[in-house]
Design a protein around this ligand. Structure first.
Ligand SMILES: [Zn+2]
Length: 212
């Protein structure tokens, strides 16, 4: 579920749609949470999809740390990647704003932690743009990403969290929720630990993404 102070806007034929803030949103706010409407697909289910549905799944779903694919039910699935994103994933269920977001700014996330099936050319235009986003980017950049996430999450108990009641918590979220309720900073899981090295074989064979 995407933050309520956001809206879907058409950007350009090349980019398609994006999600934009309709109000200022402070750092530490959860901009997206996994909720009970989000559809979870196993690798076998993704591999068995009809071609048209598979195209949609490849574009709008991501592979979570447990290996399953998450298809967002609302317009949160139109959040674009940026190499200097407004939020990063923390725990299993949260995207936390790593800086203050101004009204009108596009909400962006880091696809480098989403276990991309194929490398993606990036046109985000950020000074630190990596050019190509790869499945294993977290293995190279996790130290900087984790520091941003940790300092942002330390503020999460100080700002309004309209999405919190809707979060579908995973095992990695429980220590985070304890810290949040106690109003203290905490260790956060490393983005490196969300990386799945191998693309599931059943997904590869069905898609032609690199079947042997
Ligand atoms: Zn980029």
């Amino acid at each position: 579920m995407i933050h309520p102070c956001s809206e879907l806007r058409f950007i350009s034929p090349e980019v398609g749609y994006g999600v934009f803030a309709t109000q200022d949103i402070p750092r530490g706010t959860f901009l997206w949470v996994l909720d009970y409407f989000d559809r979870i697909l196993t690798p076998a289910e993704v591999g068995a999809l009809q071609p048209q549905l598979r195209t949609i799944a490849d574009r709008y779903s991501y592979q979570a740390a447990d290996g399953n694919f998450v298809f967002c039910w609302d317009f949160g699935r139109y959040m674009n990647h940026s190499c200097e994103p407004t939020s990063r994933g923390v725990g299993d269920a949260f995207e936390v704003a790593i800086r203050d977001v101004a009204a009108g700014e596009e909400l962006t996330s880091e696809y480098g932690t989403l276990n991309l099936l194929t490398p993606m050319t990036c046109y985000c235009g950020a000074p630190s743009c990596r050019g190509t986003i790869r499945r294993d980017d977290a293995a190279r950049h996790f130290e900087q990403w984790d520091e941003q996430t940790r300092t942002a999450f330390a503020l999460s108990h100080t700002v309004p969290q309209p999405l919190l009641p809707f979060a579908k918590l995973g095992a990695r979220d429980l220590p985070l929720m304890d810290a949040l309720q106690a109003g203290r900073a905490t260790w956060v899981p490393s983005s490196r630990d969300f990386h799945i090295v191998d693309v599931p074989e059943e997904v590869l064979f069905a898609s032609g993404h690199g079947a042997p």
